[in-house]
Design a protein around this ligand. Structure first.
Ligand SMILES: *Cc1c(COP(=O)(O)O)cnc(C)c1O
Length: 391
Protein backbone atom coordinates (compact mmCIF):
# COMPACT_ATOMS: atom_id res chain seq x y z
CA UNK A 1 0.00 0.00 0.00
CA UNK A 2 1.50 3.22 -1.20
CA UNK A 3 -0.74 5.77 0.49
CA UNK A 4 -1.48 6.45 4.15
CA UNK A 5 -5.23 6.84 3.46
CA UNK A 6 -5.38 3.25 2.19
CA UNK A 7 -3.09 1.88 4.87
CA UNK A 8 -5.35 3.33 7.59
CA UNK A 9 -8.19 1.14 6.32
CA UNK A 10 -6.40 -2.05 5.24
CA UNK A 11 -3.16 -2.58 7.18
CA UNK A 12 -3.11 -5.33 9.79
CA UNK A 13 -6.19 -7.15 8.45
CA UNK A 14 -4.37 -10.47 8.86
CA UNK A 15 -4.75 -10.19 12.64
CA UNK A 16 -8.52 -10.56 12.23
CA UNK A 17 -8.84 -14.33 11.78
CA UNK A 18 -12.67 -14.22 11.76
CA UNK A 19 -14.79 -13.33 8.72
CA UNK A 20 -16.16 -10.14 10.34
CA UNK A 21 -15.27 -6.97 8.42
CA UNK A 22 -14.72 -5.11 11.68
CA UNK A 23 -12.67 -7.17 14.13
CA UNK A 24 -14.52 -8.40 17.22
CA UNK A 25 -13.55 -7.18 20.69
CA UNK A 26 -11.70 -9.99 22.44
CA UNK A 27 -13.15 -9.46 25.89
CA UNK A 28 -11.16 -12.29 27.44
CA UNK A 29 -8.13 -12.42 29.66
CA UNK A 30 -6.93 -15.77 28.36
CA UNK A 31 -7.14 -18.25 25.46
CA UNK A 32 -7.32 -22.04 25.14
CA UNK A 33 -3.89 -23.54 24.77
CA UNK A 34 -3.19 -25.40 21.53
CA UNK A 35 -3.11 -29.18 22.06
CA UNK A 36 0.41 -29.53 20.84
CA UNK A 37 2.71 -28.61 23.79
CA UNK A 38 5.47 -27.44 21.47
CA UNK A 39 3.10 -24.98 19.82
CA UNK A 40 2.13 -23.69 23.27
CA UNK A 41 5.75 -23.27 24.28
CA UNK A 42 6.32 -21.28 21.11
CA UNK A 43 3.32 -19.03 21.78
CA UNK A 44 4.24 -18.40 25.40
CA UNK A 45 7.65 -17.13 24.35
CA UNK A 46 6.44 -14.95 21.46
CA UNK A 47 6.54 -11.12 21.43
CA UNK A 48 2.93 -9.83 21.41
CA UNK A 49 1.23 -13.20 20.87
CA UNK A 50 -2.33 -12.75 19.57
CA UNK A 51 -3.99 -15.62 21.49
CA UNK A 52 -2.15 -16.40 24.72
CA UNK A 53 -2.89 -14.07 27.65
CA UNK A 54 -4.17 -10.49 27.42
CA UNK A 55 -1.25 -8.74 29.14
CA UNK A 56 1.05 -10.33 26.56
CA UNK A 57 -0.99 -9.49 23.47
CA UNK A 58 -4.36 -9.28 21.75
CA UNK A 59 -5.44 -9.52 18.08
CA UNK A 60 -6.94 -6.02 17.92
CA UNK A 61 -3.98 -4.45 19.72
CA UNK A 62 -1.76 -6.07 17.10
CA UNK A 63 -3.94 -4.77 14.28
CA UNK A 64 -3.89 -1.21 15.66
CA UNK A 65 -0.12 -1.46 16.19
CA UNK A 66 0.41 -2.54 12.57
CA UNK A 67 -1.57 0.47 11.31
CA UNK A 68 0.37 2.94 13.45
CA UNK A 69 3.77 1.39 12.63
CA UNK A 70 3.00 1.86 8.93
CA UNK A 71 1.89 5.46 9.56
CA UNK A 72 5.20 6.22 11.26
CA UNK A 73 7.23 4.29 8.69
CA UNK A 74 8.62 2.03 11.43
CA UNK A 75 9.09 -1.73 11.42
CA UNK A 76 6.92 -2.42 14.44
CA UNK A 77 4.78 -0.89 17.18
CA UNK A 78 3.52 -1.77 20.64
CA UNK A 79 0.22 -0.61 22.14
CA UNK A 80 0.15 0.53 25.76
CA UNK A 81 -2.46 1.53 28.32
CA UNK A 82 -1.82 5.29 27.94
CA UNK A 83 0.64 7.78 26.47
CA UNK A 84 2.52 7.80 29.78
CA UNK A 85 2.46 4.00 29.69
CA UNK A 86 4.22 4.17 26.31
CA UNK A 87 6.76 6.76 27.42
CA UNK A 88 7.67 5.17 30.76
CA UNK A 89 7.81 1.68 29.23
CA UNK A 90 9.97 2.83 26.31
CA UNK A 91 12.37 4.81 28.50
CA UNK A 92 12.66 2.08 31.14
CA UNK A 93 13.33 -0.55 28.48
CA UNK A 94 16.76 0.95 27.74
CA UNK A 95 17.73 3.06 30.77
CA UNK A 96 19.76 1.70 33.68
CA UNK A 97 21.14 3.18 36.88
CA UNK A 98 24.14 5.39 36.06
CA UNK A 99 22.89 6.34 32.59
CA UNK A 100 22.49 9.94 31.46
CA UNK A 101 19.49 11.32 29.54
CA UNK A 102 19.18 14.59 27.65
CA UNK A 103 15.65 16.03 27.78
CA UNK A 104 14.07 19.36 26.89
CA UNK A 105 13.03 22.22 29.19
CA UNK A 106 9.49 21.94 27.84
CA UNK A 107 7.71 18.59 28.01
CA UNK A 108 4.23 17.30 28.72
CA UNK A 109 3.83 17.77 32.49
CA UNK A 110 3.94 14.10 33.57
CA UNK A 111 6.98 13.56 31.34
CA UNK A 112 8.70 16.44 33.15
CA UNK A 113 7.96 14.69 36.44
CA UNK A 114 9.36 11.42 35.09
CA UNK A 115 12.66 13.14 34.22
CA UNK A 116 12.86 15.61 37.10
CA UNK A 117 11.79 13.36 39.96
CA UNK A 118 11.31 9.65 39.27
CA UNK A 119 14.36 8.75 37.16
CA UNK A 120 16.84 10.76 39.29
CA UNK A 121 15.49 8.89 42.35
CA UNK A 122 16.65 5.65 40.66
CA UNK A 123 20.17 6.95 40.02
CA UNK A 124 19.67 8.23 36.47
CA UNK A 125 21.09 11.64 35.56
CA UNK A 126 19.09 14.01 33.38
CA UNK A 127 20.18 17.26 31.68
CA UNK A 128 17.56 19.73 30.42
CA UNK A 129 18.16 21.89 27.37
CA UNK A 130 16.41 24.58 25.35
CA UNK A 131 15.11 22.55 22.43
CA UNK A 132 15.30 25.51 20.03
CA UNK A 133 19.07 25.67 20.55
CA UNK A 134 20.85 22.91 18.58
CA UNK A 135 24.22 23.54 20.22
CA UNK A 136 22.68 23.03 23.66
CA UNK A 137 22.13 19.32 22.89
CA UNK A 138 25.71 18.96 21.76
CA UNK A 139 27.16 20.67 24.83
CA UNK A 140 25.63 18.33 27.42
CA UNK A 141 26.54 14.99 25.80
CA UNK A 142 28.54 12.77 28.18
CA UNK A 143 30.20 9.38 27.76
CA UNK A 144 27.24 7.79 29.61
CA UNK A 145 24.51 9.56 27.62
CA UNK A 146 22.14 6.79 26.56
CA UNK A 147 19.04 8.67 25.39
CA UNK A 148 17.99 12.01 23.90
CA UNK A 149 14.28 12.51 24.51
CA UNK A 150 12.36 14.99 22.34
CA UNK A 151 8.88 16.42 22.01
CA UNK A 152 8.08 18.58 18.99
CA UNK A 153 5.98 20.68 18.71
CA UNK A 154 6.12 20.72 22.50
CA UNK A 155 3.14 20.91 24.81
CA UNK A 156 1.88 23.58 25.37
CA UNK A 157 3.72 26.40 23.58
CA UNK A 158 4.66 24.61 20.35
CA UNK A 159 8.42 25.01 20.39
CA UNK A 160 10.06 23.04 17.58
CA UNK A 161 13.10 20.75 17.85
CA UNK A 162 15.35 20.31 14.81
CA UNK A 163 14.81 16.58 14.28
CA UNK A 164 17.44 15.97 11.60
CA UNK A 165 20.09 17.87 13.58
CA UNK A 166 19.47 15.88 16.78
CA UNK A 167 19.03 12.62 14.85
CA UNK A 168 22.42 13.04 13.19
CA UNK A 169 24.17 14.21 16.37
CA UNK A 170 22.87 11.21 18.31
CA UNK A 171 23.92 8.75 15.57
CA UNK A 172 27.48 10.13 15.67
CA UNK A 173 27.60 9.40 19.41
CA UNK A 174 25.69 6.10 19.42
CA UNK A 175 22.85 7.59 21.47
CA UNK A 176 19.23 6.43 21.15
CA UNK A 177 16.69 9.11 20.17
CA UNK A 178 13.03 9.09 21.12
CA UNK A 179 10.38 11.61 20.09
CA UNK A 180 6.89 12.26 21.42
CA UNK A 181 4.91 12.89 18.21
CA UNK A 182 1.52 13.41 19.89
CA UNK A 183 1.10 17.10 19.04
CA UNK A 184 1.91 16.67 15.35
CA UNK A 185 0.31 13.29 14.55
CA UNK A 186 1.97 11.03 11.97
CA UNK A 187 -0.08 12.70 9.20
CA UNK A 188 1.86 15.92 9.78
CA UNK A 189 5.27 14.69 10.89
CA UNK A 190 7.28 11.46 10.82
CA UNK A 191 10.30 11.76 13.13
CA UNK A 192 11.67 8.50 11.73
CA UNK A 193 12.21 10.22 8.36
CA UNK A 194 14.72 12.50 10.13
CA UNK A 195 16.70 9.73 11.81
CA UNK A 196 14.79 9.45 15.11
CA UNK A 197 14.87 5.85 16.43
CA UNK A 198 11.76 5.61 18.56
CA UNK A 199 8.43 7.45 18.20
CA UNK A 200 5.92 7.54 21.06
CA UNK A 201 2.34 8.82 21.14
CA UNK A 202 -0.49 9.46 23.45
CA UNK A 203 -3.02 7.70 21.22
CA UNK A 204 -5.64 9.25 23.52
CA UNK A 205 -5.28 12.39 21.40
CA UNK A 206 -5.23 12.61 17.55
CA UNK A 207 -4.83 8.88 16.83
CA UNK A 208 -8.03 7.98 18.72
CA UNK A 209 -9.54 11.35 17.91
CA UNK A 210 -12.87 11.12 19.74
CA UNK A 211 -11.99 11.74 23.41
CA UNK A 212 -13.36 8.32 24.31
CA UNK A 213 -10.28 6.21 25.05
CA UNK A 214 -6.88 6.24 26.77
CA UNK A 215 -4.01 4.56 24.94
CA UNK A 216 -0.38 4.91 23.95
CA UNK A 217 1.95 3.48 21.35
CA UNK A 218 5.69 2.92 20.86
CA UNK A 219 7.01 2.70 17.26
CA UNK A 220 10.53 1.51 16.45
CA UNK A 221 12.52 -1.31 14.87
CA UNK A 222 11.69 -4.90 15.85
CA UNK A 223 14.65 -5.16 18.20
CA UNK A 224 13.58 -2.15 20.27
CA UNK A 225 9.92 -3.26 20.29
CA UNK A 226 10.98 -6.66 21.63
CA UNK A 227 12.78 -4.92 24.52
CA UNK A 228 9.82 -2.62 25.15
CA UNK A 229 7.43 -5.59 25.14
CA UNK A 230 9.55 -7.31 27.81
CA UNK A 231 9.26 -4.18 29.96
CA UNK A 232 5.56 -3.85 29.24
CA UNK A 233 4.72 -7.29 30.59
CA UNK A 234 6.67 -6.49 33.78
CA UNK A 235 5.18 -3.03 34.25
CA UNK A 236 1.71 -4.21 33.23
CA UNK A 237 1.14 -1.28 30.87
CA UNK A 238 -0.88 -3.28 28.32
CA UNK A 239 -3.83 -1.74 26.50
CA UNK A 240 -7.37 -2.99 27.17
CA UNK A 241 -9.28 -4.72 24.34
CA UNK A 242 -12.12 -2.25 24.21
CA UNK A 243 -9.79 0.75 24.02
CA UNK A 244 -7.77 -0.78 21.18
CA UNK A 245 -11.00 -1.54 19.33
CA UNK A 246 -12.11 2.10 19.70
CA UNK A 247 -8.66 3.23 18.63
CA UNK A 248 -8.76 1.16 15.47
CA UNK A 249 -12.14 2.72 14.65
CA UNK A 250 -10.75 6.21 15.25
CA UNK A 251 -7.68 5.54 13.09
CA UNK A 252 -9.86 4.87 10.03
CA UNK A 253 -10.63 8.59 9.72
CA UNK A 254 -7.31 10.02 10.91
CA UNK A 255 -6.28 11.47 7.55
CA UNK A 256 -9.70 13.11 7.00
CA UNK A 257 -9.77 14.56 10.49
CA UNK A 258 -6.24 15.93 10.29
CA UNK A 259 -6.92 17.58 6.95
CA UNK A 260 -9.86 19.48 8.42
CA UNK A 261 -8.08 20.19 11.70
CA UNK A 262 -4.97 21.58 9.94
CA UNK A 263 -7.10 23.83 7.79
CA UNK A 264 -9.38 25.03 10.63
CA UNK A 265 -6.41 25.81 12.88
CA UNK A 266 -4.56 27.79 10.22
CA UNK A 267 -7.65 29.89 9.51
CA UNK A 268 -8.42 30.46 13.19
CA UNK A 269 -4.79 31.34 14.02
CA UNK A 270 -4.62 33.81 11.11
CA UNK A 271 -7.87 35.46 12.22
CA UNK A 272 -6.63 35.67 15.83
CA UNK A 273 -3.34 37.28 14.89
CA UNK A 274 -5.31 40.35 13.71
CA UNK A 275 -7.26 40.67 16.98
CA UNK A 276 -6.45 43.46 19.47
CA UNK A 277 -7.44 41.44 22.56
CA UNK A 278 -4.67 38.96 21.82
CA UNK A 279 -1.07 39.88 22.57
CA UNK A 280 0.49 36.94 20.77
CA UNK A 281 -0.60 33.93 18.72
CA UNK A 282 1.71 30.91 18.75
CA UNK A 283 0.99 28.59 15.85
CA UNK A 284 3.76 26.83 13.96
CA UNK A 285 1.90 27.30 10.67
CA UNK A 286 2.06 31.10 10.88
CA UNK A 287 5.09 32.93 9.46
CA UNK A 288 5.16 34.90 12.76
CA UNK A 289 6.17 31.72 14.65
CA UNK A 290 9.88 32.11 15.51
CA UNK A 291 10.64 28.65 14.06
CA UNK A 292 8.26 28.73 11.08
CA UNK A 293 10.96 27.76 8.56
CA UNK A 294 12.07 24.76 10.62
CA UNK A 295 8.43 23.69 11.09
CA UNK A 296 7.93 23.86 7.31
CA UNK A 297 11.03 21.76 6.75
CA UNK A 298 9.96 18.86 8.94
CA UNK A 299 6.14 19.08 9.04
CA UNK A 300 3.63 18.48 6.24
CA UNK A 301 0.80 20.17 8.17
CA UNK A 302 0.79 22.21 11.38
CA UNK A 303 -1.80 20.42 13.56
CA UNK A 304 -4.72 21.85 15.51
CA UNK A 305 -2.82 23.17 18.51
CA UNK A 306 -2.71 26.94 19.00
CA UNK A 307 -1.58 28.98 22.00
CA UNK A 308 -2.64 32.56 22.57
CA UNK A 309 -1.38 35.03 25.12
CA UNK A 310 -4.23 37.37 25.95
CA UNK A 311 -3.75 41.11 26.53
CA UNK A 312 -3.68 42.67 30.03
CA UNK A 313 -1.73 45.33 31.93
CA UNK A 314 -0.11 42.84 34.29
CA UNK A 315 -0.17 39.11 35.20
CA UNK A 316 -3.33 39.52 37.33
CA UNK A 317 -5.19 41.35 34.59
CA UNK A 318 -4.12 38.71 32.08
CA UNK A 319 -5.29 35.92 34.39
CA UNK A 320 -8.73 37.55 34.69
CA UNK A 321 -8.94 38.21 30.96
CA UNK A 322 -8.12 34.56 30.19
CA UNK A 323 -10.80 33.36 32.64
CA UNK A 324 -13.41 35.69 31.12
CA UNK A 325 -12.72 34.34 27.64
CA UNK A 326 -12.95 30.75 28.90
CA UNK A 327 -16.33 31.47 30.48
CA UNK A 328 -17.74 33.21 27.43
CA UNK A 329 -16.76 30.58 24.86
CA UNK A 330 -19.59 28.22 23.97
CA UNK A 331 -18.16 25.80 21.40
CA UNK A 332 -14.66 25.55 22.89
CA UNK A 333 -15.07 23.39 25.99
CA UNK A 334 -12.78 24.06 28.94
CA UNK A 335 -11.28 20.60 29.43
CA UNK A 336 -7.86 18.94 29.63
CA UNK A 337 -6.70 16.79 26.68
CA UNK A 338 -6.66 17.52 22.95
CA UNK A 339 -6.87 16.01 19.50
CA UNK A 340 -10.58 15.13 19.46
CA UNK A 341 -13.25 16.03 16.91
CA UNK A 342 -14.55 18.70 19.31
CA UNK A 343 -12.65 21.92 20.02
CA UNK A 344 -11.21 22.21 23.52
CA UNK A 345 -9.43 24.96 25.42
CA UNK A 346 -7.44 25.05 28.67
CA UNK A 347 -5.65 27.57 30.84
CA UNK A 348 -2.28 25.85 31.42
CA UNK A 349 -1.32 28.06 34.38
CA UNK A 350 -4.38 26.71 36.23
CA UNK A 351 -4.19 23.13 34.95
CA UNK A 352 -0.55 22.63 35.91
CA UNK A 353 -0.48 25.06 38.84
CA UNK A 354 -0.01 22.31 41.39
CA UNK A 355 2.58 20.28 39.43
CA UNK A 356 5.06 23.00 38.48
CA UNK A 357 6.85 25.67 40.46
CA UNK A 358 6.59 29.26 39.23
CA UNK A 359 10.11 29.02 37.82
CA UNK A 360 9.35 25.79 35.95
CA UNK A 361 6.20 27.34 34.50
CA UNK A 362 8.16 30.34 33.24
CA UNK A 363 10.80 28.06 31.73
CA UNK A 364 8.08 26.12 29.93
CA UNK A 365 6.61 29.44 28.68
CA UNK A 366 3.39 29.16 30.70
CA UNK A 367 2.25 32.68 31.56
CA UNK A 368 -0.99 33.70 33.31
CA UNK A 369 -2.49 34.90 30.04
CA UNK A 370 -1.75 31.74 28.09
CA UNK A 371 -4.63 29.70 26.65
CA UNK A 372 -4.06 26.41 24.81
CA UNK A 373 -6.54 25.56 22.10
CA UNK A 374 -7.18 22.21 20.41
CA UNK A 375 -9.10 22.92 17.22
CA UNK A 376 -11.69 20.32 16.20
CA UNK A 377 -13.50 19.52 12.97
CA UNK A 378 -16.49 21.89 13.38
CA UNK A 379 -17.20 24.48 10.67
CA UNK A 380 -14.55 27.18 10.77
CA UNK A 381 -17.12 30.02 10.58
CA UNK A 382 -18.75 28.83 13.82
CA UNK A 383 -15.36 28.53 15.54
CA UNK A 384 -14.34 32.05 14.53
CA UNK A 385 -17.77 33.43 15.50
CA UNK A 386 -17.42 31.84 18.96
CA UNK A 387 -14.06 33.52 19.56
CA UNK A 388 -15.36 36.76 18.09
CA UNK A 389 -18.14 37.02 20.69
CA UNK A 390 -15.88 35.85 23.55
CA UNK A 391 -13.09 38.36 22.81
C1 LIG B 1 -1.47 13.68 26.72
C2 LIG B 1 -0.04 13.64 26.41
C3 LIG B 1 0.78 12.64 26.95
C4 LIG B 1 0.27 11.61 27.93
O1 LIG B 1 -0.68 10.78 27.36
P1 LIG B 1 -1.79 9.96 28.23
O2 LIG B 1 -2.50 9.19 27.20
O3 LIG B 1 -2.64 10.97 28.91
O4 LIG B 1 -1.04 9.14 29.20
C5 LIG B 1 2.11 12.61 26.57
N1 LIG B 1 2.62 13.52 25.73
C6 LIG B 1 1.86 14.51 25.20
C7 LIG B 1 2.49 15.51 24.29
C8 LIG B 1 0.51 14.60 25.52
O5 LIG B 1 -0.23 15.59 25.01
Amino acid sequence: MKYIETSLIHTGKEFNTTSSVTPPIYQTSTYYAPENPEEYLEMAGEISPSHFYHRHGNPVNNQAAAVIASLEGKEAALMTSSGMGAISTAVLSIIEKGDHIIAQNAHYSSVSMLFREFLPSLGVEVSFVDQADNEAFQEVIRPNTRLIYLETPSNPILTITDLSFVGKLAKEHGIVTMCDNTFASPINQRPGDFGIDVVVHSATKYLGGHSDLTAGVICADKEFIAKAWKRMIILGTSLSSFDSWLLLKGLRTLSLRMERINSNALQLASWMSEHKAIKQVLYCGLPSHPQYELARKQMKGFTGMICIDVAGDDEDAQFKHAQTILNKLVLFTNAASLGGVESLIVHPASMWGKHHTKEQKLKAGISNGLLRISVGIEHINDLIADFDQAL
